[in-house]
Design a binder for this molecule. Structure first.
Ligand SMILES: Cc1cc2nc3c(=O)[nH]c(=O)nc-3n(C[C@H](O)[C@H](O)[C@H](O)COP(=O)(O)O)c2cc1C
Ligand SMILES: C=C(O[C@@H]1CC(C(=O)O)=C[C@@H](OP(=O)(O)O)[C@H]1O)C(=O)O
Length: 378
């Protein structure tokens, strides 16, 4: 059984995970541990970091802010541990902590023995056998996306200096679809429009229809899945490489680290399988002395290398695993079939709060590759 770790001295093994080549990002802690955090190594020295911009970015992801998100309220205040002097990066790795202030581990008392369908309880029990603190989903929880957002907010500051901006929106929930980004005409103002709405959508009336779909599922003790579309503007052509150095693979590894992501597509994605070459090919054209494409079915990546057109991708999020309906599971101790009821605080649709998380993942992934290009500039 899980104890409330804020009140007892029980210690667990810690787990962390890392990604990145030139910019290495390590995320550590757990949802019901004293803290979560992130270390970034490979950032250039002497770069000013705007802590208020980080706070504003974290607030877009934070739990507890609407009836359509988990009620767990957290201040999500970023604390600098190392790597910042007089507001500028040093040669030390940059480490931030966020303290967990609102854990309720009793909600998870039963799930070490009776795992929740579709969450990580079962596979974590197989791998770690109760040696890590899985209350709240432990290191598998979406809470771990808060430190990812710190890294993302910092990456966005550096990308902005290079004229690159990133924005995402809730592309669909169940069968309701927002207006997609125009793959050629998309502009930063679209990102501002999304951020001005209560649900992060381009078309507010579609947002209301999405709210209805979520309400309907909630009234049945259920959850809904959804998709997030993300775009990078201003990315120069030539970033990436062939095969395993490709931009799609590089970004996808970071995207799939976000809990509940079950699919990633770039440009026309899965739809291109039903098209002909003449429908899917993007004709080249000159725009002054710049090469552009007239359409953008390729989503800004050809051969794993950026083409200079807007980079467009979509991520599919599964419905929240923890639902209030009765479900079938097993007792791992007794080896019996069981029925279970999940209580506690959960997002009815994870895709809503995932919108800034996807932006963060894309920002860190792009900065990682761009730092390789600029290695000799610093
Ligand atoms: C922003 C966000 C919020 C989430 N909130 C919840 C939640 O409240 N309850 C839950 O059971 N799962 C939630 N999830 C999903 C689980 O963390 C995830 O399904 C679980 O860790 C298993 O990982 P997998 O789905 O990638 O296999 C959330 C995911 C994201 C991205
Ligand atoms: C706390 C956050 O979301 C959590 C993500 C989550 C999960 O299983 O992923 C389960 C819930 O955890 P708890 O039961 O501790 O409230 C969510 O509230 C957050 O995103 O900051």
């Amino acid at each position: 059984m899980f104890s409330d770790t804020s009140k007892t001295k029980k210690t667990y093994k810690t787990v962390s995970s890392s990604f990145g080549k030139n910019l290495k990002v390590t995320i550590f802690g757990g949802s019901h541990e004293p803290h979560i955090g992130v270390t970034m190594s490979g950032l250039p020295d002497g770069i000013p970091i705007d802590l208020d911009q980080i706070r504003r970015f974290l607030a877009r992801r934070a739990p507890g802010n609407s009836i359509f998100t988990t009620p767990r309220k957290e201040p999500d205040e970023p604390e600098v541990l190392s790597g910042l002097l007089d507001g500028k990066t040093t040669s030390e790795p940059l480490t931030f902590l966020i303290r967990n202030t609102n854990t309720r581990s009793g909600d998870y008392a039963a799930h070490q023995d009776i795992p929740r369908p579709a969450h990580a309880d079962y596979t974590a029990a197989v791998k770690y056998g109760g040696t890590i603190n899985m209350a709240g989903g432990g290191p598998f929880s979406a809470r771990m996306t808060a430190p990812l957002c710190i890294a993302g907010a910092i990456a966005l500051q550096l990308l902005e200096d290079r004229g690159i901006s990133i924005g995402a929106h809730l592309y669909s929930i169940e069968k309701v679809q927002d207006t997609p980004f125009d793959p050629v005409q998309v502009q930063t103002n679209d990102f501002a429009v999304v951020r001005s709405h209560s649900l992060p959508v381009l078309n507010e009336s579609k947002g209301h229809a999405m709210e209805e779909a979520i309400r309907a599922a909630m009234s049945e003790g259920d959850s809904v899945g959804g998709m997030v579309e993300c775009c990078a503007l201003g990315l120069p052509p030539g970033v990436g490489g062939p095969m395993y150095d490709g931009l799609e693979g590089h970004l996808s590894q970071i995207f799939f680290g976000i809990p509940a992501v079950k699919g990633v597509e770039f440009g026309n994605g899965f739809d291109c399988a039903s098209l002909r070459g003449s429908q899917n090919n993007d004709a080249f054209t000159m725009d002054g002395d710049r090469v552009k494409t007239i359409t953008n079915h390729h989503g800004g990546i050809l051969g794993g290398i950026s083409s200079g057109m807007p980079l467009i991708c979509r991520l599919a999020f599964k419905p929240t695993p923890s639902i209030a309906k009765e479900q079938h599971s097993v007792s791992l101790c007794n080896k019996t079939n069981e029925t279970m009821h999940i209580t506690g605080r959960h997002d009815p649709c994870v895709a809503i709060r995932a919108v800034p998380v996807v932006e963060a993942a894309m920002a860190v992934g792009l900065l990682d590759l761009l730092l390789e290009c600029d290695k000799f500039l610093y």
